[in-house]
Write a protein that binds this ligand. Structure first.
Ligand SMILES: Cc1cc2nc3c(=O)[nH]c(=O)nc-3n(C[C@H](O)[C@H](O)[C@H](O)COP(=O)(O)OP(=O)(O)OC[C@H]3O[C@@H](n4cnc5c(N)ncnc54)[C@H](O)[C@@H]3O)c2cc1C
Length: 315
């Protein structure tokens, strides 16, 4: 039976950074990049300009950045398999990873990312205004010129929604925080920040019905959940802040998760509760969720895996 030294599951910045480091350490990593589980190449494949990834002063198109990541990993001998991992068996070593076929590995790096939750109403779909004014990441997209000095609508009611609304006040003429209830879910301190902010107005008891526009978003239609009254308002942008879902289903409970579903890692490392299994990127990060932090943690995972192999005497 052939046992691989490192198998990496995922294909975003975390997976490919782990692959670059592991390949350069002669560990010949196998990367399962996914097929139906998400877009191969990760979340940045679904965006346009990435302006905050260091090294690209003019910005870089998200899919181009990911093509570069993959090419750099392949240059050093990474083998990329365009399949989903459907299950794993971490109960004994070597670990078993099942995609179309089963393979075995001494170490596994899980870098399957997270999926930003979206509202699917007319106007928000991929072929409509998604990424043409509708987005799920204020920190990533908020500074783009199309959002400057416009009325921006943030949907959500938790701490992240408030944080994103406050962030957007730097660029917007006004930020409307739309919440379906009459009270925010955010912590008291965050709620107070939103309610007292001169550029934020909370729209209570309301949901998004549709988004309209021409080439970009021009208006949103909201419905009051109590009166059922619908209103159409001028809008320059729609930001969903309704959470993320980490892609951990295929793990089937074999790795410890936090109560919010993200993989639990030992602080300051990529170690999970299973020795030899490591996690990197958004699948274990519910706080920062950026390409650069995902890449950084991918590097940590590869170095942790390399050290672990060496401690086991596997060269
Ligand atoms: C619209 C949008 C715009 C963004 N813009 C920016 C930005 O400008 N700057 C920035 O820093 N960040 C941005 N982000 C955030 C950034 O994309 C993420 O933080 C980053 O991609 C996380 O990387 P990751 O490696 O953890 O995984 P991801 O990018 O989430 O990729 C994981 C991939 O793993 C694969 N996968 C999942 N399950 C399996 C499985 N079972 N088997 C095999 N493969 C699997 C899928 O192909 C999935 O796409 C944006 C996010 C979005 C949604």
């Amino acid at each position: 039976m052939h046992i691989n030294k490192v198998v990496i599951i995922g294909s975003g910045p975390a997976a490919y950074t782990a692959a670059i480091y592991a390949a350069r350490a002669n560990l010949t990593p196998i990367v399962y990049e996914g097929f139906f589980s998400g877009v191969a190449g990760g979340q940045l494949m679904t965006t346009t300009e990435v302006e905050n990834f260091p090294g690209f002063p003019q910005g870089i198109f998200g899919p181009d950045l990911m093509i570069n990541f993959k090419a750099q990993a392949e240059r050093f001998g990474t083998v990329v398999v365009p399949e989903d991992v459907v299950s794993v068996d971490f109960s004994k070593t070597p670990f078993k990873i099942t995609a179309k076929k089963e393979i075995y590995a001494h170490t596994v790096i899980i870098a399957t990312g997270a999926t930003a939750n979206r509202l699917y109403v007319p106007g928000t779909n991929d072929e409509e205004f998604w990424q043409k004014g509708v987005t799920a990441c204020a920190v990533c997209d908020g500074a783009a010129p199309i959002f400057r000095n416009k009325d921006l609508y943030v949907f959500g009611g938790g701490d992240t929604a408030v944080e994103e609304a406050i962030f957007l006040t730097k660029f917007a003429s006004k930020v409307f925080l739309v919440h379906r209830r009459d009270e925010l879910r955010a912590s008291k301190i965050m709620s107070e920040k939103a309610l007292s902010h001169p550029k934020i107005e909370v729209v209570w008891n309301s949901v998004l019905v549709s988004v309209e526009g021409d080439n970009v978003v021009k208006s949103v239609t909201l419905e009051n959940t109590i009166t059922k009254e619908k209103t159409t308002r001028e809008a320059g942008g729609v930001f969903f802040a309704i959470g993320h879902t980490p892609n951990t289903k295929f793990l089937d409970g074999q790795v410890d998760l936090l109560s919010n579903g993200y993989i639990k890692t030992v602080a300051g490392s990529s170690k999970t509760n299973i020795p030899g299994v490591f996690a990197a990127g958004d699948v274990q990060d519910h706080i920062y969720r950026q390409a650069i932090t995902a890449a950084g943690s991918g590097c940590m995972a590869a170095l942790d895996a390399e050290r672990w192999l060496s401690e086991q005497g596997i060269h």
